[in-house]
Structure formats: C-alpha cells, structure tokens
Ligand binder design. Structure first.
Ligand SMILES: Nc1ncnc2c1ncn2[C@@H]1O[C@H](COP(=O)(O)OP(=O)(O)OP(=O)(O)O)[C@@H](O)[C@H]1O
Ligand SMILES: [Mg+2]
Length: 301
C-alpha cells in the first residue's frame, strides 16, 4: 500500500495539473509588498477574465484574507469530507489561508518547520482548486520552509516573482531569493520593484523615498526581467485594510496601471508547463490503486 505521503504526492499532482500557471511570489525582506502584489495581480488577472487561485503560505502572518475583504471566513469541506473548499470572495477567485482555519484571527500560530510544510502540502493536495488559469502563491519573507515546500512540492511551478523596494537593504536580500530559486532550479520570472516612488498628493511630484533604480540595477546585474515599477500611493494601504479592490476603486491611478501592465506582461511571457507524471510506488497493488487518484497507465486492475 503506498504511504500517506506518496498518496499526498499523487493528490498534489492531480490537483495541480488542472492549474495552468503556478507562480510563487517571494522577497528577501519583509514588508516590501508581496501580499499587495499578490492581491492586485490576482484582481488584474480576474479583470482580464482569468480564473485565479491564491494560496497564502504565510502561516504566521496571513494578510491575504483581510486584503480580499474575506477575513473571518472559515474553510468548509465537501459533503463527503474528502476535500477542502476554498473561500471565493469574488467570481473566479479561490483563496486559501491558514487564517481561515482559526476561530480567533488574533490567535498566534506556533508551528515548527515540518508542521508548516505539512499544512502547505495539505492545502495543495486537499483543496478543491478545480481548473484554474493561475495559482498565485504568497509567501512570508526569506528563503525558508514555506518557499522550500512550494518549490519542492508544486509540480511544473511556472516560476518565482521577486518583490523588492529600491532600497539597498532590500536589494541585498532580493539577491538571496534569486540565488535560492536558481539553486532549486525554479525559473525567476522577474522582479517587481514596489514603492519605487511616492506620488505627492499635493503636487504630484515623484519622491524617491527608498532611493532610485535599485530594482533596475539588480535586474541588469542578475540578468532578470524587470516586470514593472509600482509607486507608493496614499490610499492603497487604507483600501487594503478595508478589503477594497484598489484596481476597481482607482483604475486610473499609476499603481493600478502598473499592476495591470505587469499582469499583461506575465500572461504573455509565462508559459504553461506540463510534465507527464507517472507515480512508481514500489508497493503499488490493486487495492492501493483503488484509492489512488493518479492517472497512471500502469494502474493494476
Ligand atoms: N505601492 C504601495 N503603496 C502604498 N502602500 C503600500 C504599497 N505596497 C505595499 N504597501 C503597504 O505596505 C505594507 C506592507 O505591504 P505588504 O503587507 O504587501 O508587504 P509584504 O511583503 O507582504 O509583508 P510581509 O513580509 O510581512 O508578508 C502594507 O501596509 C501595504 O498596505
Ligand atoms: Mg505578506
């Protein structure tokens, strides 16, 4: 009989092969805008008519539900109890976060690495993601268990998008994320420079709060595409706190235009990858095959 982890791997493959593009959003430094980028890119892709899943792998500080205005939702299971149903804050969007598994949103999660990896794998294997054009995977800062779990468990990961500010301390950490992705043979789709400048609400002048061209220079140095530069805008963080869709409320803002242009760029450059999967468990048997969801040509009858 295949082990539980072997069956979980099979489930992850059968769920993920229905998802066209799977993208990990990461950064070396915290607070540079990964969750903001994830939410706004998801909304931009939804506006273009794509179906989008968002997996929040930030187990200790899940912000995605609040930004989508669905904080407090609770994960339900299918009637037969075999799958977890994602939360759907708007048509075409499926969201899963650790926050949906908590009764109290202020509860601290005290998990060691293996438990976090286990939760992420369970979300990949057991959530009814269905057929999706995109799965955007938000992550906490750094190159730790969460990023490793995604890179090692998601089959045919399209690649990673790195978010940074132009500030040198963020750039230094971003380089580590690029090297992490390269070490794991994950494609680096590109870098998004967030908080590139602040648009003065009085005179419209651009103020380089975190310095200039850090993202551009990093892209040149590491030979990576720059996907776009997003300005800081007063009001964006307020909308996020209220769970309001920034793109819908402020479609003509410079940041909204930047998010939409990045979504276009991603859609034209990130290709669907599919590697046929043939599980080869040493212990395959007719009874094991009966409970296995792999589309395997060697299924024993
Ligand atoms: N372009 C922007 N304009 C204005 N505010 C922004 C912008 N990008 C992000 N913010 C704000 O900056 C803060 C940090 O952003 P966010 O939570 O997206 O970063 P993060 O990288 O996901 O953080 P963490 O590392 O904690 O997960 C939030 O308050 C967010 O609303
Ligand atoms: Mg975040």
């Amino acid at each position: 009989m295949p082990s539980e982890s072997e069956l979980q791997e099979v489930n992850i493959h059968s769920r993920m092969e229905k998802v066209d593009r799977k993208i990990l959003i990461m950064s070396g430094k915290g607070g540079v805008g990964k969750s903001t980028v994830t939410v706004n890119l998801a909304n931009a892709l939804l506006d273009k008519g794509f179906t989008v899943g968002v997996l929040d792998t930030d187990i200790h500080g899940p912000n995605i539900p609040k930004m989508f205005g669905c904080e407090g939702a609770i994960l339900q299971s299918t009637e037969d109890g075999s799958s977890i149903l994602p939360v759907c804050p708007r048509p075409g969007l499926k969201v899963v976060s650790m926050s949906f598994a908590l009764n109290d949103p202020d509860q601290a999660i005290i998990f060691r690495g293996p438990m976090k990896i286990g939760v992420i794998k369970q979300f990949l294997a057991d959530v009814e993601w269905g057929t999706l054009d995109y799965l955007l995977i938000d992550s906490p800062p750094g190159t730790g268990d969460e990023q490793l779990a995604v890179c090692q468990s998601v089959p045919d990961l399209s690649g990673c998008i790195l978010v940074t500010t132009p500030q040198q301390v963020a750039i230094l950490d971003a380089k580590k994320s690029v090297n992490f992705a390269r070490q794991l043979n994950a494609d680096v789709i590109g870098i998004i420079e967030n908080m590139s400048y602040l648009i003065c609400p009085d005179c419209g002048k651009h103020i380089a709060v975190f310095g200039k061209d850090g993202g551009k220079n990093l892209c040149k140095e590491m030979n990576i595409p720059l996907l776009g530069e997003i300005p800081m805008e007063l009001g964006l963080q307020q909308d996020e706190d209220l769970g309001v869709n920034w793109l819908e409320e402020n479609p003509e803002s410079e940041s909204a235009k930047a998010f939409k242009a990045i979504a276009d760029h991603i859609h034209s450059t990130v290709k669907f990858k599919h590697t046929p999967y043939e599980p080869s468990f040493s212990s395959c048997s007719p009874s094991a095959c009966a409970s296995c969801t792999a589309n395997c040509s060697s299924k024993k009858s």
